[in-house]
Design a protein around this ligand. Structure first.
Ligand code: G6Q
Length: 546
């Protein structure tokens, strides 16, 4: 018997069948108002979703599904501090971290805003003093380089944002991000740095993550070797919920910035985890980033579902995943500074909705989260776009573009804009056989050659995309964009009835790595594993011996 959710999603199949023979090209020809009908805004961000396989009837159904699945009730429950992260029994309150209102925001009966504001004030003071050079290293020199050591949610967010907001950074205060346990990462990062002018921020919610603790220990040794043990407290700060472990590491209490268990790792860039961003771009810009997210929260919380950007984007994703069976989704920012945006969204989306049981622990009888991937345009055009245009699978995509660049460098930005518009147009229109033949004939090719070439040059078209357009990639706009995707993921999690806020799927590998380490180090015999793992261990030891 189909689950309730499956029954709720099923009517999409009828709409799909109805629309399957009507390419978007035709929908645009038939409806001159299509752009007007299928665009919506949140503040300064415009979403054009007209280049999707939808008409009003299909959209009405998608919104109806969102309503029936309880998106509104669940949205309310999240903001009311209910423990919607059921498997970890936690509230999901990252919206409190950027809340700009004056009402109390309660989690388990306690107003969390005084603590949130206290940490923000401490971040403001600390980042300001690093930036003005009044906090110095052990030898009395100001810091020129700050290295954030963290992984996953304690790395991807601040690393992505620092890169995105590069126009707001200072050349004399450089931020670096070390995450991988691969020694190459910290080695290559520290290679050009001067310990006297280097500050480390150890970012770890739990302060137990093996990669981060291993990198932190190497960083500590690097400082101690160069400047002596006593220098360590001058060169380290920590971002964590585990205040005791930070103190045990030797970090001074006024350099420990806390957050709370109701902030999920991949939703934590708004918390103390954002400290490296505040150092890089200044606290006022970090505050603007929070404000932008707050504006998107208000849009999400208050706008009716059919005008609500996260709901529209979320439901279009459900449409392609569950009605059309498209397995992946591309995010294609036409902005070089958003080159880590897709990587960031991979975690946000795939760790949140890459689940195969319901909130109640029952197996899903429908698909959940898609594979998220992407790279900035125009680079992608010269690489994987071939498959997006002519491959056998359809990959819905989001294009992102700012109207104004930060640089005054004509003609770069106009070319960038021409390219992003061209791509969504090409994907939607395609190129028919007749058009190809006409083009080749006009080029003077003979009939035989035209026949030979035509199949290669036909574009199927009817390939869906959204375009997000905004005035400029400012801290406010970036905050709003990140929050938009967070809420999109939330909406989809409600539809799929999964726990978007746990991540048990990352545990098994961690457990096995721990058990394997002595076998790798040769302090335990290579036995008790499967034949492949034992074979690889033995081969590894034979190579090591050489
Ligand atoms: C995110 C995950 C995960 C986490 C890292 C780092 O939602 O929980 O990516 O952020 O495993 O964890 P710590 O911050 O505890 O080191």
């Amino acid at each position: 018997m189909a689950s309730n959710r499956k029954s709720l999603l099923n009517p999409m199949m009828k709409q799909r069948a109805r629309l399957a023979d009507t390419p978007m090209r035709q929908l645009f020809e038939e409806d001159k108002n299509r752009f007007k009908t299928f665009t919506a805004s949140a503040g300064d961000i415009l979403l054009d979703y007209s280049k999707n396989r939808i008409d009003q009837k299909a959209m009405d159904l998608l919104i109806d599904i969102a309503r029936k699945a309880g998106v509104e009730e669940r949205r309310k429950a999240m903001w009311a501090g209910q423990h919607i992260n059921v498997s970890e029994d936690r509230a999901v309150m990252h919206m409190a971290l950027r809340y700009q209102g004056d009402k109390p925001v309660k989690v388990d009966g306690k107003d969390v805003m005084p603590d949130v504001r206290a940490v923000l004030a401490a971040m403001k003071a600390f980042s300001g003093r690093i930036r003005d050079g009044s906090i110095k290293g052990s030898t009395g020199e100001a810091f020129t380089d700050v290295v954030n050591i963290g992984i996953g949610g304690s790395d991807l967010g601040p690393a992505m944002v620092t890169l995105a907001l590069a126009p707001y950074t200072r050349p004399d205060l450089r931020l670096h991000y070390v995450s991988n346990v691969d020694g190459a990462h910290i080695h290559d990062t520290l290679k050009g740095l001067d310990p006297r002018r280097t500050m480390f921020i150890v970012a770890s919610k739990t302060f137990t993550t093996d990669e981060t603790m291993t990198n932190a220990a190497s960083a500590r040794a690097w400082i101690a070797n160069a400047l002596g043990d006593a220098a360590v407290p001058h060169h380290f700060a920590a971002l964590s919920t585990n205040l005791r472990a930070c103190a045990d590491f030797g970090i001074k209490s006024d350099r420990i910035f806390g957050f709370w268990d109701w902030v999920g790792g991949r939703y934590s860039v708004w918390s103390a985890i954002g400290l490296p961003v505040a150092i890089a771009v200044g606290f006022d810009n970090f505050a603007a980033f929070l404000r932008g997210a707050y504006e998107m929260d208000q849009h999400f919380l208050k706008t009716r579902l059919d005008r609500n950007l996260p709901v529209i984007m979320g439901m279009l994703g459900v449409w392609y995943r569950n009605a059309w069976g498209f397995p992946s989704y591309a995010v294609l920012p036409y902005d070089q500074r958003l080159s880590r945006f897709a990587a960031y969204l991979q975690q946000q989306d795939m760790e949140s909705n890459g689940k195969s049981v319901t909130l109640e622990g029952k197996p899903l009888d429908y698909e959940s989260g898609p594979i998220i991937w992407g790279e900035p345009g125009t680079n992608g055009q010269h690489a994987f776009y071939q498959l997006i245009h002519q491959g056998t699978t359809v990959i819905p995509a989001d294009f992102l573009i700012a109207a104004n660049p930060h640089e005054n460098m004509a003609p770069h930005h106009d070319k960038l804009v021409a390219n992003v518009l061209a791509q969504s147009e090409a994907l939607m229109l395609g190129k028919t056989k007749e058009e190809v033949v006409a083009e080749l004939t006009a080029q003077g090719l003979d009939k035989a050659r035209i026949k030979e070439l035509t199949p290669h040059k036909v574009f199927p078209g009817n390939r869906p995309s959204n375009t997000l357009m905004y005035p400029k990639l400012t801290p406010e706009i970036l905050g709003a964009l990140v929050a938009l995707y967070e809420h999109k993921v939330f909406v989809q999690g409600v539809i799929w009835n999964v726990d978007s806020y746990d991540q048990w799927g990352v545990e098994l590998g961690k457990q096995l790595a721990k058990a394997l380490l002595p076998k790798v180090q040769g302090t335990a015999p290579a036995k008790g594993n499967d034949a492949s793992t034992i074979g690889l261990l033995r081969h590894f030891h034979s190579l090591r011996g050489q």
